[in-house]
Design a protein around this ligand. Sequence first.
Ligand code: G4P
Ligand code: NA
Ligand code: NA
Length: 196
Amino acid sequence: MSSGNSEGKDPAGRIVVSDAVLKIDSFLNQQVDPDLMNEIGREFAARFASESITKVLTIESSGIAPALMTAMRLRVPMIFARKKKSITMQGDLYAAPVYSYTKQEVNEVTVAKKFLSVNDRVLIIDDILANGAAALGLAQIVEQAQAKVAGIGIVLEKSFQEGASKLKEAGYRVESLVKVASLQNQQIRFLEDVPV
Ligand code: G4P
Ligand code: NA
Ligand code: NA
């Protein structure tokens, strides 16, 4: 079977899928690079070292790898919020609605109440920050538990979308390892390369 000679031109093979979407399935969204995740965990742990973090919180599925490595460095548990409720997860849940811009649907994300409590200082970790819906939903869950959001760590921020500014306006400390200023014309431009 031939897949044609369109390699590199086929939209499915592109890294920059559109002016707004970047493909990261080779190291994070499907295949995962363990060495890279290890370094990411080390970096988040260093940036939030003075925050007395007691739990790392993320959302399934792509946040789990960086969150786990961060939690390992900080020597605290990692919790991932679920997007779909399972029958083993009834009652005693914190829940927040998270609208997915890319899927155009609302997911009720949940965490069992027993995993968060008033004394927790929670570091929220996610892979991509776009419009901020996932991070804000996780922050809502932390606040329902009357715990403290000690910070938000993001592997890749799309700075041309509104998530980063929304989270900062809400008063959260946001640390993004990579900041993408633009994906226009099939080119990745990083924030640090954009003249101010
Ligand atoms: P938001 O939380 O910042 O508002 O994000 P949004 O609704 O826009 O994103 C919904 C899903 O799409 C999230 O994954 C998010 O990580 C992903 N996403 C957003 N922008 C990009 C992008 O440029 N590239 C890639 N690869 N993904 C993007 P999810 O549905 O929660 O899926 P997963 O965690 O199971 O992978
Ligand atoms: Na994702
Ligand atoms: Na995610």
